[in-house]
Design a protein around this ligand. Structure first.
Ligand code: GAR
Length: 194
């Protein structure tokens, strides 16, 4: 069976990208990464892709005077590569409704909290400050409202009394690397129902 063609969008370290690269290295995994795009030049994630012989492109948002034009450049580049599913992996830009209109139900994101709790940024600081006992991560479909789309899968971790944002982030990240490939597999195998 043909493998689902993924385009992965990153802004930095790319450890979630790495989890997808590693999953796709198994010929039995039902997806493959055909393109990695970063909006920031020279980030670690681009090195990870190059090491795995995956084509990369930097599309710097600062080169565009409007969000829509940046998103149009993303869309054209993804289309040229034949991308079928767009995976946001630490991509720290909000995509426009116009972008999503080009990719209906074809854009997913990973977020380091148990959505709908703790949307947005500085998640782990806010989790600790709130005193909740569990946190986690979520893979969800992207809709115009930030971090609000239908949930595909989640994983839960304990928040320990002695946690700092960094120790909690590391515990959550470990689970991110498990659930992102799982979510891609569920989609590629058409095992999700809307
Ligand atoms: C991950 O923790 C991801 O969940 C988060 O950024 C980190 C990227 O790490 N994403 C968001 O906060 C999106 N709002 P990575 O570059 O090593 O994958």
């Amino acid at each position: 069976m043909a493998r689902l063609k993924l385009g992965v969008l990153i802004s930095g370290r790319g450890s979630n990208l790495q989890s997808l690269i590693d999953a796709c290295a198994d010929p039995a995994f039902p997806a493959e990464i055909v393109l990695v795009i970063s909006n920031i030049p020279n980030v670690q994630g681009l090195d990870r892709a190059e090491k795995a012989n995956i084509p990369t492109k930097t599309i710097n948002h600062k080169d565009y005077d409007a969000r829509e034009k940046f998103d149009q450049a993303l869309t054209e580049t993804l289309q040229q590569a034949g991308v079928e599913l767009v995976c946001l992996a630490g991509f720290m830009r909000i995509v426009t409704a116009q972008f999503l209109a080009h990719w209906p139900d074809q854009v997913i994101n990973i977020h380091p909290s148990l959505l709908p709790a703790f949307k947005g940024i500085h998640v782990h600081e806010r989790v600790i400050e709130a005193g909740v006992k569990f946190s986690g991560c979520t893979v969800h479909y992207v809709v115009p409202e930030m971090d609000a789309g239908p949930i595909i899968t989640q994983a839960c971790v304990p928040v320990k009394d002695e946690d700092t944002p960094d120790t909690l982030a590391a515990r959550v990240l470990e689970q991110e690397h498990v659930i992102y490939p799982l979510a891609v597999r569920l989609i590629a195998e058409k095992r999700l129902q809307q």
